[in-house]
Write a protein that binds this ligand. Structure first.
Ligand SMILES: *[C@@H]1O[C@H](CO)[C@@H](O)[C@H](O)[C@H]1NC(C)=O
Ligand SMILES: *[C@@H]1O[C@H](CO)[C@@H](O)[C@H](O)[C@H]1NC(C)=O
Length: 986
């Protein structure tokens, strides 16, 4: 091997390493020798010790034990941890500046210089030091500015030697290595971007609670949410460099279920709070179990006051984030009207309790948060204020759309409470992951840039099925400079895949999880039902199902190639969700088809019903496979019912949607052949529901076809509707119409012989303008009481001038992705940015920077779509529908608006998220918008006097307006969920 090739290999190795080291961080570890590097593991055995001072934080010493075991995970041999006494010649020295005699001695001897990090919060520095201490020739020194800084440094080494933060919670296989070196380099970690960042375990039944009860002793008062369980969660959070948590609260009491829980959190280094509805470290269940009287501060303040005092006294020794304020019991409205005076008294009394019980001179030094969840936000908007030292925690609408963000005139520091899981109306979403990381980036980027940086806490339900979104959210919160200012979602997905599964499959896995988030965000699984996607228009249901099928196949293919050790993690984070989502969609879409086919009296309706039953079995098998994994490690984690929702709350058991069967013993009244066409639910002969008025008509009409149809053919289906097999013959009466296949043999015993026939037109030969083509369909088995059926195809042979470039009308409609606009006119202060896969059918476009001022059509940038129409719409004109992301009016007095105009017409300005009618509630139409995959559809009508070329102009007038697509209806738009497929561009 020549020296150049060798160098190239080294370079490739370094790049490979940079990708797998730790998410987004500079490599400090290598598995190949490098100049100046220090060997930590050689030939499979550790050749260094871990050195930590006895006087360091117990939480640091505990994390150092994890590092010792992490070397064991990677090499098979734990690295010896030394807290005093004799040490090997090389070492990893870890410690907290000012709290570790080891580290402080190194600083005093000027062997390390920590000026660059001193005084910063949760920061660490790593480097090699020669002769750091007596008997040690060289060491990798990890110094933290404080307890968590040091712990993060320790876990940085763990991640870089090959132990994923998810080694336990997602069974990510440690990356085995026989040689490990510490590079001769210095790493200064960034100060975390968000001060308090963490998760909320919530709605944790049946899955997480079932698992907890099966694995940990139950407590006196309920489920086993005790210290062994929480230790696992705290460790995960610290490995993810998070520091904050709200504990499970549905049926548990953090401080009571295990009286060591609070102390354990503190020892680990996690700052505990209680959820937004549980003030002063007292859980809701505590009041319901031990409280005296009603949860009503207007009538029972003395008892509630005493109860809160207890919470403060109890949590006093530990690091806390104190939730203040009050909501109704059970996370309900405090009152039907604003009770502002009462809530102000609550806050003032709570601060009094904090001051007294903590014995502080100045209560503003105590970390406090007021969460403006649901109705509580209305108090703020109505003018209620809390002292400036209290953090305001703004929230999303439970569906990932931030309701409100700080404005510069507000003095309080701010944060965000976000949801990756939710229980409540319009529908629970709590089964498996449905989070779009693109959406998460868009909303959290907005939050960060608009100064909500003090707390980010995300509701993660059962924790387990949300590994990827949790990892992303906490990385974004820890190092926003790395992941946040520009959209790096896909880079992150690749880095995540490389860390968890190695570089060789990383790109494919990253693409799978990216597509997964894109598809899943279209509609929460709990809201998918047989009516969700159109069976008859735009091939919509079939397209959606094909996408899931292809995705599951890609996941299966990767799974087959992975080594056995990596399969469990892949199953949990990629394979199971892809296959479970595919099965769920298959069940609903195939059930819908079964009902339609039975209405069409198809023989194969019955086989389809059997197929749905099999898929119902597959759904259960997937659950069982999850539960059986690794000897039952995750039993109960998929206990969540997800099929059979009737209203917002979960069904108590999985149930199939209705199915229908056809009588197959006797022939029907209309022969053995049935014919159906796209765009219609009817069938001929007879049973033409679509044209019920013309029951005896034997003709079906296809949707019109023209040269610019996004799908350049129409489909006819020929199927068995009786007991005899038959040959069919399809004969177009016009020589310029083609059908394929034109003949076939259909057998009632074999559903696969039902035929789909494509009808297309030879446009060079077809007559110009409008005409109707006739297609005759003959069967060898007769037509019962009817005559031979036929199909009509309206044809419009049109042409745009060669000089035109842009979108072309087809069948009285246009559909255009905002990201495909013909032009956009970005100005100096504001411009359009494309966010990949943020729309339901593709990319979306938004106005940047998100701190931009309000725009006007006169000066703001616009998107322009050059279009060509053939149809002059009747009065009152063309309906133009924008599909916009379900954002909310998050800046006071600056509602989200867009403007729209054809050519030189006056722009029409539209506020598409209405104002709420009642300040306690969400805006009208919100339920529909979030249920429909987080999309507002906003329609305006515009006169169009003539056909031909036109330019449609669209302005986003506020940051936060995210445009997915624009649909122009000139009379032809048919019902569908996602809208018409995109128009042809010439
Ligand atoms: C390595 O450390 C872990 C965690 O402390 C421990 O469970 C395990 O038994 C140790 N392995 C060996 C070989 O000592
Ligand atoms: C068939 O489709 C038409 C038009 O969309 C609709 O009005 C009718 O209710 C449908 N009939 C059945 C039986 O689904």
């Amino acid at each position: 091997m020549g020296p150049l090739r060798f160098r190239l290999l080294l370079l490739v190795g370094a790049l490979f390493f940079a990708l797998t080291a730790a998410l987004g961080r500079k490599p400090i570890i290598s598995t190949t020798p490098q100049p100046g590097a220090l060997a930590l593991v050689s030939h499979g055995s550790p050749v260094a010790n871990i050195l930590v001072s006895n006087d360091d934080w117990p939480g640091v010493i505990r994390a150092a034990h994890d590092l010792s075991a992490d070397f064991g995970r990677v090499t098979g041999h734990n690295m010896t941890l030394v807290t005093g006494g004799k040490c090997e010649k090389t070492a990893i020295i870890v410690g907290t500046i000012g709290n570790s005699s080891l580290i402080d001695a190194l600083i005093a001897a000027k062997k390390i210089d920590v000026k660059g990090i001193k005084g910063k919060r949760e920061v660490f520095q790593t480097q090699l030091v020669k002769n750091p201490t007596a008997g040690v020739a060289e060491a990798l020194v990890v110094a933290g500015t404080d307890k968590r800084g040091c712990i993060f440094g320790i876990y940085e080494v763990s991640e870089q030697i090959g132990v994923s933060p998810w080694y336990y919670w997602a069974d990510v296989a440690p990356r085995k290595a026989a040689n490990i070196y510490a590079l001769n380099t210095q790493l200064l970690s960034p100060e975390p971007s968000i001060k308090y960042r963490g998760i909320f375990l919530n709605d944790e039944q049946p899955a997480l609670t079932g698992w907890v009860n099966a694995n940990f002793p139950r407590g006196e008062w309920g489920p086993g949410y005790q210290r062994e369980f929480y230790s696992r969660v705290f460790e995960l959070l610290l490995r993810l460099k998070a520091n904050f948590m709200w504990p499970a609260m549905w049926d548990s009491m953090f401080a009571v279920d295990d009286t060591m829980n609070q102390q354990t959190a503190d020892m680990y280094g996690i700052v505990m709070g209680t959820s937004h509805t549980e003030p002063l470290q007292m859980s809701t269940k505590e009041w319901n179990t031990f409280g005296n009287g009603s949860w009503d501060y207007s009538s029972n303040s003395a008892n509630i006051h005493k109860y809160w005092e207890k919470g403060v006294e109890r949590a006093k020794p530990w690091e806390n984030m104190w939730t203040i304020g009050m909501r109704g019991n059970g996370d309900n409205y405090l009152g039907n009207n604003l009770l502002t005076e009462l809530l102000e008294k609550v806050v003032s009394d709570q601060r009094g309790i904090l001051k007294d019980k903590l014995g502080v001179a100045d209560v503003s030094t105590v970390p406090q948060v007021w969460c403006l969840y649901k109705d509580i936000q209305a108090y703020y908007e109505a003018g209620m204020r809390v002292p400036e030292d209290v953090i305001l925690l703004w929230t999303d609408d439970n569906w990932g759309n931030i309701r409100r963000l700080p404005v510069p005139s507000e003095p309080n520091a701010a944060g965000v409470y976000y949801h990756f899981d939710f229980v409540g109306p319009p529908r629970d979403w709590k089964w498996i992951n449905t989070v779009s990381l693109q959406k998460t980036w868009e909303q959290m980027h907005l939050s960060y840039q608009r100064n909500a940086r003090e707390i980010w806490v995300v509701n993660v339900g059962d924790l387990k099925p949300l590994e990827l979104p949790i990892d992303y959210f906490l990385n974004l919160a820890y190092d926003f400079a790395q992941w946040g200012p520009a959209n790096k979602v896909h880079t992150y997905e690749q880095a995540w895949a490389a860390r968890e599964f190695g570089a060789s499959h990383a790109d494919e896995i990253a693409e799978i999880v990216s597509l997964y988030g894109f598809y899943a965000a279209r509609r929460k699984y709990e809201l998918v039902d047989p009516s969700s996607y159109s069976l008859i228009n735009y091939h919509e249901a079939a397209t959606v199902l094909d996408e899931w099928k292809a995705l599951a196949a890609r996941a299966d293919a990767v799974h087959a190639q992975l080594p056995a050790a990596q399969k469990p993690a892949f199953f949990e984070t990629v394979l199971h969700p892809a296959n479970a989502a595919y099965a769920l969609h298959d069940i609903h879409i195939s059930a819908a088809k079964n009902i339609l086919w039975a209405q069409q009296r198809r023989t194969s309706a019955n086989a389809l019903a059997e197929y749905v039953l099999r898929r119902f079995g597959d759904d259960h098998d997937l659950t069982r496979a999850y539960h059986g994994l690794l000897g039952g490690k995750w039993n109960h984690m998929m206990d969540q019912p997800h099929l059979g929702y009737m209203y917002w709350q979960q069904p108590m058991r999985n149930t199939l949607p209705p199915l229908a069967w056809t009588q197959l013993q006797d022939p029907g009244l209309a022969g053995h052949m049935g014919v159906a066409v796209e765009g219609s639910n009817g069938t001929v002969p007879g049973d033409d529901y679509y044209n019920a008025a013309e029951y005896s008509n034997n003709t079906l009409v296809l949707p019109p076809l023209d040269p610019y149809a996004p799908v350049p053919y129409r489909t006819i289906e020929v199927f068995s509707r009786g007991t005899e097999p038959f040959h069919f013959n399809i004969t177009p009466e016009n020589p310029w119409v083609h059908v394929s296949p034109s003949t076939g043999y259909v057998h009632p015993a074999d559903p696969a012989t039902d035929a789909t026939v494509k009808v297309s037109v030879d446009w060079a030969r077809a007559p110009a303008g409008h005409s109707i083509a006739f297609i005759d369909i003959a069967s060898t088995a007769g037509y019962g009481d009817f005559s031979a059926p036929s199909v009509h195809l309206p044809v419009h042979n049109s042409a745009v001038p060669a000089s035109f470039h842009g979108f072309v009308e087809s069948n009285q409609q246009l559909s255009m992705a905002a990201s495909h606009a013909t032009r956009n006119t970005s100005t100096g202060d504001a411009y359009y940015a494309t966010i990949p896969r943020l729309g339901r059918t593709g990319d979306a476009v938004t106005l940047f920077p998100v701190t931009a001022a309000s725009q006007s059509p006169a000066s703001g940038p616009r998107l322009e779509f050059d279009i060509f129409t053939f149809t002059v719409p009747g009065h009152p004109g063309a309906n133009v529908t924008l599909h916009l992301n379900a954002a909310l009016n998050f800046i006071p007095h600056r509602p989200l608006r867009y403007a729209l105009a054809f050519d030189g017409a006056d722009p029409r300005i539209v506020q598409f998220v209405p104002d709420a009618e009642n300040p306690l509630d969400m805006p009208p139409g919100w339920d529909r918008a979030v249920a429909d995959g987080n999309v507002w559809k906003s329609t305006t009508t515009h006169p169009l006097a003539r056909a031909g070329e036109a330019t449609l102009k669209v302005w986003a007038l506020e940051p936060g307006v995210v445009i997915q697509k624009v649909v122009v209806d000139l009379g032809g738009v048919a019902d569908s969920y996602l809208g018409p497929p995109e128009s042809v561009v010439v």
